[in-house]
Design a protein around this ligand. Structure first.
Ligand SMILES: Nc1ncnc2c1ncn2[C@@H]1O[C@H](COP(=O)(O)OP(=O)(O)OP(=O)(O)O)[C@@H](O)[C@H]1O
Length: 916
């Protein structure tokens, strides 16, 4: 939603504070208001007192929690009349001249944000809070795309749809895929593959625990009839599932049609609760919630994608020089690698909208080369490129690889910027970047700081985006609309998901390893110094190098001592990502040339010195001078040292599977057989789950097999790459497989979930409500005509502007009187109706009718996702008309309240719909 600010009126009064200084809201909103003089405030109080007796007829007026509580209007004081029923531009008539401006002008107060929402008592506040929350949620994950013209949107949606169909078609054509059943992609589980205790999800009943499959005699449907499905004489196989309030038994055939796994294989995460057989509606609500969450994800994705398609930049020129650049790659690209290179080249040289492509491939499968070619294409066209890495070690490695590859092009300048640099060094780089003297900048998140301003940025390469923090991801997202972005990730996306997503997200998969790769041998056992020494000795004997990884910095020192004793002649070093302000650790963070005896003279290094040491350590390890590197997971991603082919991981249980998978990928990056030794401290301390997962990792020996294992296990994390991380929590509601199925369904039907909004002006509100504004309120307002016209203008713009308008109004003048509230509600009703595609609202007796352009499917989806049943139970959909029959005919203003609340409920489901 566009966050356009409605011009605020000058804040000038302190009435609320004076009349009710202790009110909580006064503290919140009016604390900065200053009365100009006490005599004037007394004057105001006197005027209120005079009018008080007149107000008694309107008890509702008094019961409102208002800061500003002026008297009700004498009937003639001000009448707001709609100039026509289709336009709510009101005409003002006032019998009281606006009073002199009596209050001091102060700057407008800050707007409420979703963090500081406090007052939420009336309908409008509640709705505003909801809009704020929704905006906050969406804003944190992605910038809100601006409104798009319906016809233009049609074109893009069609384009996305066609591409996506091609993806699904490919999936169908994939004969090896067992998930296609009867032309539909299915994630249902084969009951025979279940183990007792596995959590399962029955689509109709909910979450239960698989007990067993047993033979039993089938029940007769009726005592006098034979069961046509099963011969009553013969026992049939049944699946037994335990629920919260009993045991269910299902014929195997039915179970294979209805059951899903709740968890990933090898995962034993407990669901919050088992479902009840006696209460299927609770499960139904949960399922609908899950469906709507999935829907929201897909719609967000779709909207962002469409928004990006709308951005324009001229395609980069196709250059012959790229062939020369490519010829310096020492290997023949693998087919997948080549495809990824072609995909990126097409994005850059054939498309007119900025690229946002994900290169997803197993560790060490050659993603860097794809990025290098993209960088070449962009910088040779005179633009700058930025390469972002999650760690300084990886940034340095990228810097080395890039510098090496571009060394033949002296005009192309490459620089490394990191938080560990000295201030002057940094300043120099920042200056060079700003003036276009640096073509390729490599660095960590420090590149995202506001001080780094580019002269002509064309490409952003992000390595392992998931390892950046929320704020940094937001910053990265903000680049996506203006520059080409290439994201590299070793977190696998299941091929099926990838294909289904074709059309929504540009991604290239590299799933084939370079040809000479040999599978890594993984050994899992309890820790033993003897085993460690033997593993290291084996590697050193073949002239290789060793990574020794621990989960914490504490402990590196101890290992150092032990290894120095065992291998006194060997160069050993420590590397980790932090400067530790403790003499002992800092000293040991130096390379091994520093012996214990020198520690006394050693000064704690600052960031700059530490970075130099780390850089030096890593460089010497890369050159093969250091043979054993004792480190934390600072080496987790991307590090590429071909001669290091043994990795020892101590206290393996403290790492996540994804981390282990990455760490293991540090070795076996050339043609030598590599070994990964995973050591746990004490088997008895390992949970069954941890042991099972580690065993699975050990068993996946073949190349690509590990990828398959990780593919499912990390599918959820893979979602993070595509949808944003917060949504992954929604999986827990319905279990992974049903979630996948819903996702597939939703992806393939995305165009059916479309609400086409109508222009605000075209909404006809035939309710004949024309509220009077009290003259006191009119006098109180600085410029009433302007207030009313600003309100209209905000409503015409969008709901966000209207929300900002009411918030400002209330902050400056206090809570409005009832008639003003009615006026605002009219505007809200019209605005929400326009967004929902409702063109006319009318009432006739007890019937409320809303003429809409939405389809029955969309109506159903909206109704399904509405949290409160109060309004929606009464709504039906007939031939483009949303209809409700109320229990009794309501007075007009109450009717407006009912419609306001009803639309606010419907409006809440809009995020799950495409709104063009
Ligand atoms: N087609 C190829 N044939 C042989 N070796 C290759 C090929 N492509 C890349 N390599 C080499 O494989 C090693 C790993 O490649 P690269 O660093 O690009 O992997 P990556 O996919 O980025 O891995 P990670 O996810 O760990 O960062 C490098 O030494 C690289 O030179």
């Amino acid at each position: 939603m566009a966050s356009t600010k409605v011009p605020l009126f000058p804040a000038f009064c302190d009435v609320a504070k004076m009349s009710n200084p202790s009110s909580a809201s006064a503290t919140n909103s009016c604390a900065h208001f200053q009365p100009r003089s006490s005599s004037r405030s007394r004057d105001w109080m006197t005027r209120i007192k005079i009018f008080l007796p007149l107000c008694k007829w309107n008890s509702r007026f008094y019961s409102m929690p208002t800061k500003f509580n002026p008297p009700p209007p004498p009937p003639s004081s001000l009448l707001l009349v709609s100039s026509s029923s289709s336009s709510s531009s009101p005409v003002l008539y006032s019998d009281v001249a606006p009073s002199a401006r009596r209050y001091k002008l102060l700057p407008p107060p800050p707007l409420r944000t979703h963090e500081n929402v406090t007052e939420s008592s009336d309908d409008i506040s509640l709705l505003n809070d909801r809009i704020l929350r929704e905006h906050g949620k969406r804003d944190s994950s992605s910038p809100r795309p601006p409104v798009m013209d319906t016809k233009e949107a049609d074109k893009y949606i069609q384009q996305v749809k066609e591409q996506q169909l091609r993806g699904l078609q490919k999936l169908k054509g994939d004969v090896t895929n067992k998930n296609w059943k009867d032309g539909v992609f299915s994630y249902k589980v084969d009951p025979y593959t279940l183990c007792p205790g596995d959590y399962v999800v029955h689509k109709k009943v909910g979450i239960g625990r698989f007990v067993s499959i047993k033979f039993d005699l089938p029940k007769l449907k009726h005592p006098n009839t034979y069961n046509t499905d099963h011969n009553p004489q013969l026992p049939t196989e049944y699946v037994y599932i335990e629920y919260a309030d009993g045991m269910a038994k299902l014929p195997v055939k039915q179970a294979s049609r209805m059951l899903y796994r709740y968890n990933l294989p090898n995962e034993t995460k407990k669901p919050r609760a088992l479902s009840k057989l006696s209460d299927p509606s609770a499960w139904e609500r949960r399922r609908v919630k899950g469906k709507v969450a999935v829907q929201k994800m897909v719609v967000d994705l779709m909207e962002l994608y469409i928004h990006r398609l709308k951005q324009r930049r001229p395609p980069y020129p196709k250059m012959h020089a790229i062939a020369e650049f490519a010829s310096h790659f020492p290997y023949k690209p693998t087919p997948d690698q080549m495809q990824a290179i072609i995909d990126v080249e097409k994005d850059l040289t054939e498309k007119e909208n900025p690229m946002d492509r994900l290169i997803c491939g197993d560790v060490g499968f050659g993603k860097t080369e794809v990025a290098l070619r993209a960088i070449f294409c962009v910088v040779s066209a005179g633009k700058q490129a930025m390469v972002l890495a999650p760690t300084i070690v990886l940034a340095k490695q990228h810097y080395d690889v890039i510098s090496d590859r571009f060394s033949r092009y002296p005009d192309i300048k490459v620089g490394l910027l990191s938080r560990f640099q000295s201030k002057s060094e940094k300043e120099e780089y920042v200056h060079m970047i700003k003036h276009g003297h640096l073509d390729i900048t490599v660095g960590t998140h420090s590149l995202l700081g506001n001080r780094v301003v580019y002269n002509n940025l064309g490409l952003l390469v992000v390595d392992e985006e998931q390892r950046f923090g929320v704020k940094q991801k937001e910053k990265i997202a903000s680049f996506k609309t203006s520059v080409d972005v290439l994201t590299l990730s070793a977190t696998p996306i299941p091929r099926t998901l990838y294909l289904a997503l074709t059309g929504f997200r540009d991604a290239s998969l590299i799933s084939t390893p370079p040809p000479e790769r040999v599978p890594i041998r993984t050994h899992l056992s309890s820790y033993s110094k003897v085993k460690v020494v033997s593993a290291i000795k084996y590697e050193l004997d073949r002239d290789g190098q060793v990574f020794y990884v621990l989960p914490r910095i504490k402990g590196l020192e101890e290992v150092m001592e032990f290894l120095e004793e065992s291998f006194p002649e060997v160069e050993i070093a420590i590397a980790h990502g932090k400067v530790i302000h403790c003499l002992k650790w800092s000293a040991r963070s130096m390379t091994t040339s520093l012996c214990v005896g020198k520690i006394q003279n050693y000064k704690v290094p600052n960031h700059y010195q530490y970075s130099k040491q780390l850089e030096d350590t890593m460089a010497r390890f890369a050159l093969g001078e250091i043979k054993i590197l004792i480190c934390t997971n600072i080496v987790e991603s991307g590090l590429d040292i071909q001669n290091a082919n043994t990795i020892i991981i101590q206290d393996v249980q403290q790492f996540g599977l994804a981390q282990l998978y990455q760490l293991r990928g540090r070795v076996g990056r050339a043609d030598k057989e590599a070994h990964a030794h995973l050591f746990y401290a004490d088997k008895s301390l390992l949970s069954d789950q941890a042991l099972e997962r580690l065993t699975a990792l050990e068993e996946c020996r073949d190349l690509g097999q590990g990828f398959q294992l990780a593919e499912r296990d990390m599918a959820i994390r893979g979602f993070g790459n595509i949808f944003g991380e917060q949504q992954t929590g929604d999986v827990g509601n319905v279990g992974i497989d049903l979630f996948f199925e819903m996702l597939f369904e939703s992806l393939s039907k995305v165009d059916e979930h479309r609400v086409i909004s109508v222009p605000y002006q075209s909404v006809q509100l035939d309710l004949n409500i024309n509220p009077y504004l009290p003259s006191e309120y009119i006098n109180y307002l600085d410029n009433p005509m302007e207030v009313i016209s600003e309100a209209e203008k905000a409503a015409r713009q969008d709901i966000w502007s209207l929300m900002q308008f009411t918030e400002s109004l209330r902050r400056q003048y206090g809570k409005e009187p009832y008639s003003m509230e009615i006026l605002l509600k009219k505007l809200y009703v019209k605005r929400m109706a326009a967004d929902l595609g409702i063109t006319r609202i009318y009432s006739s007796g007890k019937i409320v009718g809303m003429k809409s352009n939405m389809s029955r499917k969309v109506f159903k989806l909206i109704i399904d996702s509405v949290a409160s049943d109060i309004h929606c139970n009464s709504l039906v959909f007939e031939n483009g008309l949303i209809k409700a029959e109320l229990l009794l005919e309501l007075p007009r203003e109450q009717l407006l309240n009912w419609i306001f609340q009803c639309l606010a409920e419907l409006y809440a489901s809009l995020p799950a719909l495409i709104k063009y």
